[in-house]
Ligand binder design. Structure first.
Ligand SMILES: N[C@@H](CCC(=O)N[C@@H](CS)C(=O)NCC(=O)O)C(=O)O
Length: 228
């Protein structure tokens, strides 16, 4: 039996890009699991895994923390539909993981922090104001977000060019079928989708069409999630 600890915002929104990677990975394998929602200030729920961040899974008695470690664990334990495919597939996925974390997540965060803060659970607002305020040097997230969007949106779209070039040639980042690199980037798009009305992509962008395909996977699993 697998349990996934998943970050929850107000009205049961589930924004964590890293938790979405795990949810796509579990769905890819066709594995059943129990989803346990947790707020930023409920870290005692994941203390058993010695983690301060989600996702965390408990697979039987085994705790696994960190989305990358979860993907590796799932491939080891359930090798039927591989997420990472091969040594080359794993190396490619590792690159996409780092690129998405640093470049793509980094570009989105300033553009949605105001909307995100508005949707955090009331009991978590103090924690987010302090932790993200310290990171950004301000607690006026609404003004910060407005300023970030001016230059940030064109820069974000430009940063997606490597993915766009691949998606002009193939249906998924991983080729004809989706695999973990797709789940990494799709997980990231679930983050703004669930907390902000900001549309990040133009309608004729190949990345937009790919995102639609990702939303349709697994019976529309991601599309069914509550949006901003
Ligand atoms: N490298 C980790 C990052 C996980 C992470 O940063 N998760 C965020 C939620 S999106 C979190 O739990 N943050 C807790 C906090 O900010 O206190 C992974 O891939 O799982």
């Amino acid at each position: 039996m697998i349990t996934l600890y998943d970050l929850a915002f107000e009205d049961d929104r589930r924004p964590s890009p890293f938790c979405w990677r795990a949810k796509f990975a579990l769905a890819h394998k066709g594995l059943d699991y129990t989803n346990v929602p947790m707020g930023f200030t409920e870290k005692e729920k994941i203390a058993f895994a010695d983690s301060k961040t989600v996702p965390v899974i408990k697979d039987g008695e085994k705790p696994v923390k960190d989305s990358w470690a979860i993907a590796v664990h799932l491939d080891e334990m359930y090798p039927e539909k591989l997420l990472l495919k091969s040594e080359v597939g794993r190396a490619f996925a590792r690159f996409i993981n780092g690129w998405t974390d640093v470049v793509i997540n980094g570009a989105i965060f300033p553009m949605v922090i105001g909307d995100l803060y508005d949707r955090v659970r009331p009991e978590d607002k103090g924690y987010i104001a302090e932790s993200r305020g310290a990171r950004l040097g301000t607690r006026d997230f609404t003004s910060f977000q407005a300023a970030a969007r001016e230059k940030g949106l064109p820069a974000f779209r430009a940063a997606l060019e490597p993915a766009r070039r691949a998606l002009r040639e193939q249906m998924f980042l991983s080729g004809a079928e989706p695999a973990y690199p797709d789940y990494i980037l799709a997980g990231t798009f679930m983050w703004p989708r669930t907390v902000s009305p900001l549309e990040l992509l133009e309608a004729d962008d190949p990345v937009h069409a790919w995102r639609e395909r990702m939303l349709d996977l697994f019976d529309g699993m991601a599309r069914k999630a509550k949006v901003a």
